[in-house]
Design a protein around this ligand. Structure first.
Ligand SMILES: Cc1cc2nc3c(=O)[nH]c(=O)nc-3n(C[C@H](O)[C@H](O)[C@H](O)COP(=O)(O)OP(=O)(O)OC[C@H]3O[C@@H](n4cnc5c(N)ncnc54)[C@H](O)[C@@H]3O)c2cc1C
Length: 398
């Protein structure tokens, strides 16, 4: 049997960042990453990837510490210095600016394929990490001192710690019968890249409608053209299906209307993709020899762009706790290491999930009286500089 100190199931954003962080901090650890898809660090192309991440400053710092931020800058990334949030059902508006927190920007929009490509490149150059792919897990047996993992190809592996980073439909979580609480929003998110008449001026924009939020996330081409924007339009499922069925020019007209012509007319749209949105949270993030991270542990509504950022938060804390355990002579899967990880991450992730649920419900309200209150609240917040500063720092992941 092939022995590993740590096995990571899933080489998506969270799993790749986990393996890279552990390898950077502890070159002596033997790490394996089991990924169902073939590794393709060069998957990003000329055209924008319709899936993007609004990366917080805390996540950017994690990537910088791993030495992958420069590779991301060299590929494609767009900083944003301003954010405007509007209530489409009224006049409520709140704006945020990086100067309020004395920073050069509020965050960065990075395409998923660019971010994953940079992480996979760094893993491929790390001697202590084995990329086991394409491969899936056929069986898992937890034993007293570790975990035995059988791959679909027949290979058997043993490890002190199996980290499940295999996404919202985690096989590891399901195989081990780890319970999750799941609730369906009845929403689907429609994502695409659009080309607009006017520049976005490095501003992220969001409109809250009774049927769901619309986000405009700024992109830029290598030669600095700022008329490209990634959209995430979360809508009640039936409405999302109608929007998916429109032809491109009718869709662009709907979007110009929904975005109040803020960037002028929407001139064209890429292929559109739909994602049904489900919020879920594992009751426990840990079991003997097992830790859940990223979407395997929690998945949240994308309205505040926090899913991957929460996953990177899990990565940072689990790596710290493994380090702490190693310095005391404990193995990575020691129960005290796993308990401390869970204790530190669960409240943070639950608080973010509750906030997303609250936001969604607040803007779903159709009663005129409550709408007036909501708009007055947003306008009141716009005038409260110290509270806005606190909110910005929180949104940046601090
Ligand atoms: C529309 C939309 C917009 C979003 N916008 C943002 C944003 O702006 N900011 C943000 O922070 N987050 C955002 N998110 C959330 C973010 O995309 C996710 O939180 C993040 O991608 C989760 O990464 P992960 O690595 O945990 O899981 P995944 O990305 O699902 O990766 C799981 C990996 O495991 C592999 N795998 C699965 N099963 C197996 C198996 N049995 N064996 C081996 N490998 C397996 C898969 O192939 C995959 O590579 C958004 C999500 C959506 C839907």
């Amino acid at each position: 049997m092939n022995p590993y100190d740590v096995l990571v199931a899933g080489g998506g954003l969270t799993g790749a960042a986990m393996a890279a962080t552990l390898a950077a901090r502890n070159p002596a650890l033997r790490i394996g990453v089991i990924e169902a898809r073939p590794f393709d660090p060069k998957a990003h192309g000329e055209a924008f990837d319709p899936r993007v991440i609004a990366l917080t400053e805390a996540s950017r710092q994690l990537l910088e510490a791993l030495g992958v931020w420069d590779a991301i800058l060299a590929r494609r990334v767009c900083p944003y210095g301003h954010m405007v949030v509007r209530d489409s059902e009224g006049t409520g508006m709140v704006s945020f600016d990086c100067t309020q927190v004395r920073r050069p920007d509020l965050g960065h929009i990075v395409e998923n394929s660019v971010l994953l490509g940079a992480l996979l490149d760094s893993l491929a150059n790390t001697g202590s990490v084995d990329l086991l792919c394409p491969a899936t897990i056929a069986h898992i047996h937890t034993r007293g001192s570790g975990v035995e993992v059988g791959l679909s190809g027949g290979e058997a592996l043993v490890t002190s710690l199996l980290i499940a980073a295999d996404g919202a439909r985690s096989t590891v979580r399901d195989r081990l019968d780890l319970p999750v609480r799941r609730w369906d929003y009845g929403h689907s998110a429609l994502v695409a890249t659009i080309h607009t008449e006017r520049s976005h001026h490095y501003t992220a924009r969001q409109w809250f409608m009774a049927t769901g939020p619309l986000a405009f996330l700024p992109l830029q081409t290598a030669d600095g053209d700022c008329r490209y924007t990634s959209i995430v339009w979360s809508q009640e499922r039936r409405r999302a299906e109608q929007l998916m069925a429109l032809d491109d020019s009718a869709f662009c007209r709907e979007l110009t209307f929904a975005s109040e012509g803020e960037l002028g007319a929407v001139l064209s749209v890429s292929r559109r993709y739909g994602f049904p949105l489900v919020q879920q949270h594992a009751l426990d993030y840990v079991a003997p020899g097992i830790a859940l991270i990223g979407d395997a542990a929690h998945s949240v509504h994308p309205l505040a762009g926090q899913g991957a950022n929460l996953g990177f938060g899990d990565v940072a804390v689990l790596a710290e706790e493994i380090d702490r355990g190693l310095s005391r002579g404990l193995s990575p899967g020691d129960p005290s290491v796993l308990r401390r990880y869970q204790r530190r991450r669960k409240p943070e992730n639950l608080a973010m999930m509750a906030a997303m649920e609250g936001f969604k419900r607040l803007f779903e309200v159709r009663s005129p009286g409550l709408r007036v209150l909501r708009n007055a609240g947003m306008s009141g917040l716009e005038a409260l500089a110290p509270i806005k500063r606190r909110l910005v720092r929180r949104a940046m992941g601090f």
